[in-house]
Design a protein around this ligand. Structure first.
Ligand code: BGC
Ligand code: NOJ
Length: 818
């Protein structure tokens, strides 16, 4: 069952009814100012940091789902006096009055909601313009009745007192600090501006306002909710000025529309900063200075400026999406590669795991492991931004080579609450940096001085950071010569040193063992993979390669202690017993080491890779994707930690992680099995799952972190959509390995391992300033590849850089026997 459809031409997903199984959301904003918006206008906005600069309040896990947010109300003022007035929300929520027509279209950085009730049409466009810190709601109301319409339009938001966690807990203070100003129809939210803050929020309206409210209770009425504010019911707001309690912004404007007349009203919800020493106007007063903001508001109050800003946003996305576009025989592949997967990659780059409908914005900052992996799919989109991100991440590395597990986007400082000790973390930096250099050939980045622990005095060239990342693993080897796992590796919940028996304790920061025994085969595979990148980098720098010997030793250790006979083991626990082995009662085989070890090339030549991947197919693959392990843990194991805290089939306890599935897709291409790789790709591709929306339940246009595994009663149900490494990894798997268009240090490689049923595909790729027009033709079975570049056959599969000045390169790849 579906709730909407893809409109690939417009690059939109059109939702046809408001009551989707879960709120289906989109993101507004691409730079510093962000909003999360659901298909009924729910969600919230923030500036850069979802926790510390939250503009509007949002109640997670509320009933009904997704109330509050961007509230719009229409009231038919002509309804007879005495009768209950006709009031509705053109975005359905919060009033939830049934609409005659409804459609929500999520597009690239904007959302459109269109609806109609009793001949009144509403057309709302929400977006954040490039270069400014505000959200625009452009509301057009048209009268399709045969008689004039007298309407009231209300817009309302509830302000958050900046720190979203404090806002939801510190009521003894917060209910007394709220302050606003209202000047010329603009509502300014300035709580705490009197003291140390130099920023405020504003809510403006382009039309003449008939009234406003800034105190929540005045607007809603006592003991009433957002679905029926008394001010809206009455058609009259009380011009309340909030002192403490709950500051809101509610605007009221009246619309008189002749038959077929339409009017547009623009609401602006924004954030603004003043210089700390120039906060008040006049100086010495307590009145906030509006000097630098006034021109911005004036600009966006004009519809033609709004239109221009929207076109600029469309153009920005045209450019980004144009970096790689493909035409394959499969529409699901095309739309994910060309539109939605890229879009999600950009979103994870911007927000890491901080703010979604499953991430409350108060918990996590930028993950070190996460952000490095997000870069793998992002480097070609905005290389300068990728460069900065890499430098920011590396600056939070510790002198030991270890890394803070997370850092706060606002301060860029490592987060001390979580600290370090996730032993896979530093290796991901090697992978992201290699991906960045392969894309850009910006070798100079390696010589950039970068601090450790954000301390400029501890700076050293970035290359040194890479070496320390590698050395970090080698300094921490366990009894089998495999890397020690620390608090956890990629699987956050495999906490082999935690031994936590206290309810509520964090599994990841609780360490009751000294960590000298438990080892990770996954980190071992990741080290071998990273060492291969280090070889390529050292070679280019003309330096001795310092890590291949170490990598061969680790490979030996994998074969000696990490191979179970038919697949790779997962780890060793604190007692030195294997995890992910046929010897185990539960958790006999895990997906992660099969993926990473084969990606690193282990067993590819001698058939062991194939055996491992066959074991994955036999034991882990389901119609909804590949589960993390089998059998699921049926009870809590003290020595395994959080992984066994989840009921079987959910999350890390044998859920389907859309993040790890692409590792298997890539591994399958490493052994030439394009059909298998592509089959796995389609099983979790959100677009192919659109028809199953009643089972899948999350948005059909983006990946979710997890789909419930076969042990769960809700097998096939997705959770934690949007902010997940699944975005980058699926993008890498399909574009670089199945379609085979892969940047290397030397140039662009074209080496598809595509399904046998395809007779080819076309692609256009901008790479290092050159436009590559790629045409792949299948000439028969198999994956043998012959390349022609601009009409000339070349050796191998890497197209080295064309002579300077060449703007276009035509590559024809013939796949199959010669
Ligand atoms: C786990 C959470 C954990 C988080 C931390 C998730 O995948 O299931 O319980 O807190 O990762 O990164
Ligand atoms: C989510 C975390 O953000 C990511 O870092 C981790 O690898 C996965 N969970 C798996 O545990």
């Amino acid at each position: 069952m579906r709730y909407g459809h893809f409109d690939d031409e417009q690059r939109e997903y059109a939702i046809e009814r408001p009551d989707t199984p879960l709120p289906w959301i989109n993101y507004l904003g691409c730079e510093d100012h962000f909003g999360i918006i659901s298909n009924t206008g729910g969600g919230y906005s923030f500036y850069r940091d979802a926790r510390l600069r939250r503009l509007t309040r949002y109640r997670y896990n509320s009933t009904p789902l997704d109330t509050g947010g961007r509230c719009l109300y229409l009231r038919d003022d002509a309804a007879e006096v005495g009768a209950t007035p006709l009031v509705w929300s053109p975005s359905w929520q919060p009033v939830r009055r049934e609409l005659d027509q409804y459609e929500c279209r999520h597009g690239m950085g904007y959302t459109l909601i269109r609806s109609r009730l009793q001949g009144i049409e509403a057309d709302i466009r929400y977006f954040v313009p490039l270069g400014d810190s505000l959200e625009i709601w452009e509301v057009t109301i048209a009268n399709r009745r045969s008689r004039p319409a007298n309407l009231s339009l209300f817009a309302a938001v509830e302000f958050c007192l900046w720190d979203a966690l404090d806002d939801a807990s510190n009521f003894q203070r917060n209910l007394s600090v709220g302050e606003v100003e209202v000047v010329e129809g603009v509502i300014y939210h300035k709580s705490e501006y009197r003291e140390r803050r130099n920023h405020f929020a504003f809510f403006a309206c382009s039309a003449e306002v008939a009234g406003f409210d800034t105190q929540r209770e005045a607007f809603l009425g006592p003991y009433r909710g957002w679905e029926s504010p008394s001010g809206v019911q009455a058609g009259l707001l009380s011009n309340s000025i909030a002192h403490g309690w709950q500051p809101i912004g509610a605007q009221h404007t009246r619309l008189q529309l002749k038959p077929d007349e339409a009017k547009t009203v623009v609401f602006l919800l924004g954030y603004h900063e003043n210089p700390p020493d120039d906060k008040f106007d006049p100086a010495g007063s307590q009145v906030l200075s509006k000097r630098s903001l006034t021109p911005i508001i004036a600009r966006y109050r004009q519809p033609q400026e709004v239109e221009a800003a929207f076109l600029a946003l469309r153009h920005y996305w045209d450019e980004l999406l144009g970096k790689l576009s493909v035409t394959t025989p499969d529409p699901h592949t095309n739309r994910m590669v060309n539109i939605w997967n890229v879009y999600q990659v950009m979103t994870t780059f911007n927000l890491s795991r901080s703010a979604s409908y499953f991430e409350s914005g108060v918990g996590r900052g930028m993950g070190f492991r996460d952000s490095n992996q997000d870069l793998l799919g992002f480097v070609h989109l905005a290389p300068e931004r990728a460069r900065q991100r890499i430098l920011d991440l590396a600056a939070t590395q510790l002198p030991s080579g270890g890394a803070y597990h997370q850092y706060q986007p606002l301060t860029k400082l490592g987060n001390n609450d979580i600290g370090s000790g996730f032993n896979d973390d530093p290796l991901w930096l090697v992978l992201s940096l290699a991906a960045y250099i392969k894309e850009t050939a910006d070798w100079d980045i390696l010589d950039e001085p970068v601090p450790y622990d954000s301390n400029p005095e501890l700076a050293e060239p970035l290359y040194g950071h890479l070496q320390r990342s590698m050395q970090y693993t080698l300094d921490r080897l366990g009894p089998h010569g495999l890397p020690l796992i620390g608090r956890a590796d990629w699987n956050d919940c495999l906490n082999l040193n935690s031994f936590s028996d206290t309810p509520g304790e964090s599994f990841q920061t609780t360490t009751n063992k000294d960590g000298k025994v438990a080892e990770s085969v996954f980190i071992a595979g990741l080290f071998v993979l990273a060492a291969q990148e280090m070889v390529g980098i050292a070679r280019h720098r003309g330096e001795a390669d310092a890590f291949s010997d170490a990598a061969s030793k680790i490979e030996d250790a994998i074969w000696a202690a990490g191979w179970d006979g038919a697949w790779f083991r997962r780890a060793y626990d604190d007692s030195g017993n294997p995890i992910g082995s046929k010897e185990c009662e539960e958790g006999q085989i895990f997906i992660e080491p099969q993926g990473v070890c084969v990606m690193a090339g282990l067993g590819v030549e001698d058939g062991r890779a194939q055996r491992a991947l066959d074991a994955v197919a036999d034991r882990l693959a389901t119609v909804h994707g590949i589960v993390l392990h089998q059998p699921a843990y049926s009870r809590y194991y003290l020595h395994l930690g959080e992984i066994s805290s989840y009921p079987p089939g959910y999350k890390e306890n044998a859920g389907i992680f859309c993040h790890t599935n692409p590792w298997i897709m890539i591994a399958e291409t490493r052994i030439g099995r394009g059909d298998r790789a592509y089959d796995y790709y389609l099983r979790i591709n959100p677009s192919t799952r659109e028809d199953l929306s009643d089972v899948h339940r999350c948005e059909p246009y983006v990946y979710a972190q997890m789909i419930a595994g076969r042990d769960a009663p809700a097998h096939g149900e997705a959770k934690n959509s949007w902010l997940t490494g699944s975005a980058a990894w699926n993008y890498v798997a399909i574009t670089q390995w199945i379609l085979g268009i892969r940047p290397t240090f030397e140039g662009l490689e074209v080496a598809p391992v595509m399904p046998s049923t395809w007779d080819g595909f076309k692609a256009e790729r901008y790479f290092r300033g050159v436009r590559y027009l790629i045409q792949v033709e299948r000439t028969g079975p198999g994956n043998e590849i012959r390349l022609e570049v601009d009409g000339h056959p070349i050796e191998g599969t890497v197209v080295t850089l064309p002579p300077v000045g060449t703007q276009e390169v035509r590559v024809i790849a013939k796949v199959g026997p010669g």
